[in-house]
Design a protein around this ligand. Sequence first.
Ligand code: COA
Length: 330
Amino acid sequence: MSIHILGTGSYAPEHVMTNHDLEKMVDTNDEWIRTRTGISERRIAAPDEATSDLATHAAREAIEASGLKPEDIDIILVATCSPDMFFPSTATLVQENIGAKNAFSMDLGAACSGFLYGLEVARSMLDGGRYHTALVIGAEKMSSLVNWEDRGTCILFGDGAGAAVLAFRPERAGGLGPCNLGSDGGLGDLLMIPAGGSRIPVTEQVLKDHSNCITMSGQEVFKHAVTNMTKTAKHLLAEAGWSPDDLSLVIPHQANRRILEAIRARVGVPEDNVFVNVDRYGNTSAASIGIALDEAVRSGRLKPGNKVMLLAFGAGFTWGGMLLEWSTPA
Ligand code: COA
């Protein structure tokens, strides 16, 4: 376990949209949203704020916390399903913003599992020995993908970014441990944005029927999220020989409080050991684990030696988990 997280960062836009604000936009109410999802409010980016702007804030914080300089970064991976544009990649825009002149940069698409996929891709590249440091960012402006007339989806999502700087530090104890990733492309149509890409380009009709926005079969997604994250968690614990009680903290993708509770109960983790901030941010897709990890670090919830599990699930479907032991700060 010689790859370590040296620093984390996160950013959430200033504007808070509460459930009461949503009551004025669609036929919903605060009580329904809170009881079905656990969400009370979410952050919404300003019209002139794009995903790369959110990512840049989080990246700067993570680099500062790592003790490195932007020019020390070898790899920039931005996990997002709401890039600023098709190309250039959001990662290259961030590279320019932060002045990481010596990095190569690319985006990674695994929807809500993107940050976790990014950690594993970066770790594998660092393990190879050719690169030494990586900046992994999950960043989303989900508000730009949501149909604000669809109460089944618009209440769920929010904007934000989370980041981590990874490096090869063989002299340190702990670090990133076993990881298990999976996907099932046969279930893609249960959570998708049907139009706006090369299959169905944007037309007037597309804009009229909002098929360039998120569509979702909520109950199906719910079931698969619980099943796959539970299976992954148990698989990882068995692989590491850890018991659920060994975990100081589980940081799952923040999709829905009820999903988190179902997984927690099935895996057998004490309630206090599951990190929850979905109430304040909603589902920020690829950003959620990075934001939660940063909040856990900055609030002192993660201490050196703590055993941690990250768990993700998203469109594709994609899913995954990773174990790590929090190491001494840089
Ligand atoms: N406000 C009020 N009522 C709403 C509503 C809203 N925002 N959205 C849906 N409803 C209504 C439905 O129309 C339905 O009414 P009906 O019984 O008269 O037909 C009723 O509430 C129940 O809808 P249902 O879809 O069965 O609710 P649910 O308990 O499954 O909760 C979700 C809906 C979306 C919250 C839930 O399915 C979910 O969280 N799924 C997972 C989504 C997710 O995490 N996606 C991202 C994964 S990365």
